[in-house]
Design a protein around this ligand. Structure first.
Ligand code: MOS
Length: 755
C-alpha cells in the first residue's frame, strides 16, 4: 500500500516561469478532476469504519455505558471506550503534539473525566459506515454531572495572567511612559469596548484519518493536518509506537486555516481502532463534530486612545481578556500590535485569560490580530471622527518609522505605499468627511479603512534536491499545501534556480518520512521551506560547476557560482552566452544518473533580531446599508499589501482574496452561539453558522506594494497567508459607521445591531 506519492507537475509547455510570474496552481487539474485524494478518500482493502460518540454533558464523570443495543447492530465489530482502549502512555510532558500550548492536553478516551461538551467518549467500529453511525446513535453513556461554566462574560472576574507562555508567544511588553496621565491630559479621548464571539474554522474538507495497516503492522496514515510530522510525532508519542512503524501523509488538504495545526481527535481514534482490530480503519468527523474542538476564542477588549487636536497620539491603552480551557493555556498575540503600529510615547498593553469548561481554542487565521487589530483600528476611526480628521490622515500622522516599543528598525515596511496605492485605487480622496452623507435609494453608502499587520516569520527546515540525468529535478521536504499553492511556488523556486521549465520540476511533500519541515502555519512556509528549496538548488549549482571544471570545460575554469546563469536548461557564464552547456550534457559526460544535495535552513537569528519583521496592509471598503432592514452589502474592497517579494502573484492574490472574504464573514456573519445551559455550540452546521457566500461578495481588488526583504528570507519574501484577513473586519465596521453614523463594537455586525 505504501506507494510513493505522485506530486503534481505543471502541464507540458508551461515553460520558464521565474518567480514573480503569475502561475496557475500545478495541482489545479488533479483537484478539479478528482484525482487529488484527501484524507478520507484513500482506499484500503478490508477497511473498518469508525464513528465517534460525543459527550452530551459539559463536565462530570463517565459512570459507565450501556452498549448492548449498539453492539446488536449487524456489522459492528467493537466499541472502544476509556475502559477497553489500547494502551496509551501517561499524559506527561513529552507525550503530546509539538504544537500544544502550556498545560496538560486533552487525550481522547484516556479516562472517565468529561472536560467539555462534545468530547469524544466512545468509538464505534463497524464493517460499514452506516452500521457504525447507526450503532453510535445507540450507545448510552451514563454520567455523573457536575456544574459547568462556559460563559466568559459571566466569568470576567476570574481573568488572570496566562500561567505559562508558549514558545514564540510574546507577552505584552511593560507599560511605556505614563499612559494614564497622558490620557487624562489629552483633548481628544476615545474609550471603546469590543466583543468578539467564538468562530470556527469550517474548512470544506472534514477532519478525517485513514489508517492503512500493512501485514507487518506498519501504519500509513492519511490525515487531515497542516503538518504530517506533527501527527506522526503525536501518534508515536501517545501510543508508544516506534517512528519506523508510523508514516503520516497529507498530500492534499482541503483547507484548515489553523484547525489542522494540532492533531484532532479522529487521528488517535482511528489509530486505536487499527491497533485494537489489527485492520485498516477510517474515522471521519461530521461537520457538527468539527464544532467540538479548537476555535477562535471569544474575546473582550477595551481600547483607550487619546490625541492632540492635530491628531498626534498621546496615549494608547489596550486590554484583552480571552477564554481558554481548564487544561491548557491557549495564548495568542492580541494587543501587542497596538504598541507597534503607531508612534506613541505612552502605551499600556494587557492580556488575560479566563478558563472555562470548553475545549482549548486553537489558532485561526491571523490568530490574535483578527480581534486585536479590529479593536485598535475601529478605535482609531472613532478617534479620527472625534478630532474631525480624515481616518487615513490620522494613520499617516502617527506613522511609525521605527518600532515604537524599542526603536528597532523594520526589516522592510512599505505600509506608506499601501496607504497611497490603496487610497488611489479606491478613490479615497472623494470621501465625505461626515457620516450619513450619501444615500442612494433605500441604502446609505459608506467608506471605511483600516490598517493590517502580521508577523513575517521564518522557521527551520530541510530540503533535498535531485537532478536526474534526463533533466528532471525533484525537490522534497515534508511541507504541506493547505490550498495555499505550496506545490506550485516550491516548484517555481527550484525551476528558477536551475533554469528549468516548470514541467521538468516536481516538489514532493506531504509525507512524514521526507526531510524535516515545519507545520504549514504562521504564513511562513515560503520564507522557510522556500528558502530551504532554494538552498538545496544552490548546492546543485555548485556541483554542476564542479562537474564542468572536472570535465575540462575551459570557459568555467575560473568561474564562481555567482558568475553563472542558469537558464533554458543550461548553465552559462553571465558575460558569455556562448559558454552555455545543457545540464543534461554535464550529467551525461560525467556518466551520472543524477546529482543530489541536502540543505538545512536555519534562520539567521542574530541578524533577524536586529529588526522588527512584519507584513502590512491597508484595506479600503465601501458598504451599502439598507435603511429599513439594517442589512449590509460590501460592494468594494481594495486591499493593498506589503509582504516582501511576491513569488507567485496568482496564488498570493488568491490568499489575499480569501482573507478579505473571511474578513467580511468575520465582520458580518460568523459566530458560534453557545447555549450556556448545555455549555455547547448550538449552530454547529453551515446552515446555521453563517459564512460569506457568493451573493455576499462583490468587487475585491488586491494590490501588492513593492518590497524585497532579504532579512526575513533569502528569497525576499515575507509570507501572505494571514495578512489578507487582518484589518478587513475593522474597515467594514468603519464603513458601516460612515454610512449610518452608528458604531457597532461587537461582531458579527448583524442587522439587529445596525438598525
Ligand atoms: Mo495558521 S492560523 O498559522 O494555520
Amino acid at each position: 500500500m505504501n506507494l510513493p506519492l505522485q506530486p503534481p507537475v505543471a502541464i507540458p509547455g508551461t515553460g520558464h516561469v521565474p518567480t514573480g510570474t503569475g502561475t496557475p496552481r500545478i495541482d489545479g487539474r488533479a483537484k478539479v478532476t478528482g484525482q487529488a485524494r484527501y484524507a478520507a478518500e484513500w482506499p484500503a482493502t478490508d477497511l473498518v469504519y469508525g464513528v465517534a460518540v460525543n459527550s452530551t454533558i459539559a463536565k462530570g464523570r463517565i459512570l459507565g455505558f450501556s452498549l448492548q443495543e449498539a453492539e446488536a447492530v449487524p456489522g459492528v465489530l467493537k466499541i472502544i471506550t476509556h475502559l477497553n482502549r489500547p494502551h496509551m502512555r501517561g499524559n506527561g510532558l513529552f507525550y503530546k503534539d509539538m504544537t500544544a500550548p502550556a498545560g496538560k492536553p486533552f487525550r481522547a478516551l484516556y479516562d472517565d473525566v468529561v472536560r467539555y461538551s462534545g468530547q469524544p467518549v466512545a468509538l464505534v467500529l463497524a464493517e460499514t459506515f452506516e452500521a457504525a453511525r447507526e450503532a453510535a446513535g445507540r450507545v448510552e453513556t451514563h454520567y455523573e454531572v457536575e456544574e459547568h461554566d462556559t460563559n466568559l462574560l459571566a466569568a470576567m472576574g476570574r481573568a488572570r495572567e496566562p500561567r505559562k507562555m508558549k514558545a514564540g508567544f510574546s507577552a505584552p511588553p511593560k507599560d511605556k511612559g505614563d499612559p494614564t496621565a497622558a490620557f487624562a491630559n489629552a483633548p481628544h479621548q476615545v474609550v471603546a469596548d469590543f466583543y468578539h464571539g467564538v468562530e470556527h474554522h469550517n474548512p470544506m474538507e472534514l477532519f478525517a484519518s485513514t489508517v492503512i495497516r500493512d501485514a507487518d503492522g506498519h501504519l500509513t496514515i492519511y490525515d487531515k493536518t497542516q503538518g504530517s510530522q506533527n501527527s506522526r510525532w503525536y501518534v508515536s508519542q501517545v501510543f508508544g509506537l516506534p517512528k519506523k512503524k508510523v508514516t503520516v501523509r497529507n498530500p492534499y488538504v482541503g483547507g484548515a486555516f489553523g484547525s489542522g495545526l494540532r492533531p484532532q481527535y479522529q487521528l488517535p481514534l482511528a489509530v486505536m481502532g487499527s491497533l485494537a482490530l489489527e485492520r485498516s480503519v477510517r474515522v471521519v468527523l461530521t461537520r457538527q463534530q468539527m464544532f467540538t474542538f479548537g476555535h477562535r476564542p471569544e474575546t473582550v477588549q477595551r481600547v483607550k486612545l487619546a490625541a492632540d487636536a492635530d491628531g498626534t497620539l498621546r496615549s494608547i491603552s489596550h486590554d484583552a481578556v480571552a477564554e481558554t480551557s481548564r487544561f491548557e493555556d491557549y495564548v495568542e498575540v492580541v494587543v501587542n500590535w497596538s504598541g507597534q503600529l503607531y508612534a506613541c510615547d505612552n502605551v499600556h498593553l494587557g492580556y488575560k485569560l479566563v478558563d472555562l469548561d470548553q475545549y482549548t481554542p486553537i489558532d485561526m487565521r491571523a490568530p490574535g490580530a483578527a480581534h486585536g487589530m479590529h479593536a485598535l483600528e475601529v478605535a482609531m476611526d472613532e478617534l479620527a471622527a472625534d478630532i474631525g480628521m480624515d481616518p487615513l490622515a490620522l494613520r499617516l500622522k502617527n506613522y511609525a518609522e521605527v518600532n515604537p516599543a524599542d526603536g528597532k528598525p523594520f526589516s522592510t515596511k512599505a505600509l506608506r505605499d499601501c496607504y497611497r496605492l490603496g487610497a488611489e485605487r479606491f478613490g479615497w480622496s472623494d470621501r465625505a468627511p461626515l457620516p450619513r452623507a450619501r444615500r442612494e435609494g433605500h441604502e446609505w453608502v459608506g467608506w471605511g479603512m483600516a490598517t493590517g499587520q502580521w508577523d513575517a516569520l521564518q522557521m527551520f527546515a530541510r530540503a533535498h534536491a535531485r537532478l536526474h540525468a534526463d533533466g528532471r529535478l525533484v525537490v522534497s521536504s515534508a511541507a504541506s499545501d493547505i490550498g495555499t499553492g505550496t506545490y506550485t511556488v516550491m516548484s517555481m523556486i527550484a525551476a528558477e534556480a536551475l533554469g528549468l521549465p516548470l514541467e521538468q520540476v516536481s516538489f514532493q511533500m506531504g509525507d512524514s518520512t521526507l526531510p524535516v519541515a515545519p507545520i504549514e502555519g504562521g504564513s511562513s512556509h515560503v520564507t522557510t521551506v522556500g528558502s530551504a528549496v532554494q538552498g538545496a538548488c544552490e548546492k546543485l549549482q555548485k556541483q554542476l560547476l564542479a562537474l564542468a571544471r572536472k570535465q575540462g570545460r575551459a570557459a568555467f575554469a575560473r568561474a564562481r557560482v555567482h558568475d553563472l546563469v542558469f537558464a533554458r536548461g543550461s548553465m552559462a557564464l553571465r558575460d558569455d552566452p556562448g559558454s552555455a552547456v545543457p545540464l543534461t550534457a554535464l550529467l551525461a559526460d560525467g556518466q551520472l544518473d543524477g546529482i543530489e544535495a541536502k540543505y538545512l535552513l536555519l534562520p539567521n537569528l542574530l541578524e533577524q533580531r536586529k529588526f522588527v519583521r512584519a507584513t502590512h496592509s491597508a484595506v479600503f471598503v465601501e458598504v451599502r446599508v439598507d435603511e429599513e432592514l439594517g442589512t449590509v452589502r460590501v460592494m468594494r474592497v481594495v486591499s493593498a499589501v506589503a509582504a516582501g517579494r511576491i513569488l507567485n502573484p496568482t496564488t498570493a492574490r488568491s490568499q489575499i482574496v480569501g482573507g478579505v472574504i473571511w474578513g467580511i464573514g468575520e465582520a458580518l456573519h460568523e459566530h458560534s452561539e453557545a447555549d450556556h445551559r448545555f455549555g455547547r455550540f448550538m449552530n454547529h452546521d453551515l446552515a446555521q453558522y453563517h459564512v460569506s457566500v457568493n451573493a455576499d461578495i462583490h468587487d475585491i481588488d488586491v494590490l501588492f506594494a513593492d518590497e524585497d526583504d532579504r532579512v526575513v528570507s533569502s528569497l525576499g519574501a515575507k509570507g501572505v497567508g494571514e495578512i489578507g484577513l487582518v484589518g478587513v473586519s475593522a474597515a467594514v465596521s468603519n464603513a458601516i459607521y460612515h454610512a449610518t453614523g452608528k458604531r457597532v463594537r461587537s461582531t458579527p455586525i448583524t442587522p439587529d445591531k445596525v438598525m
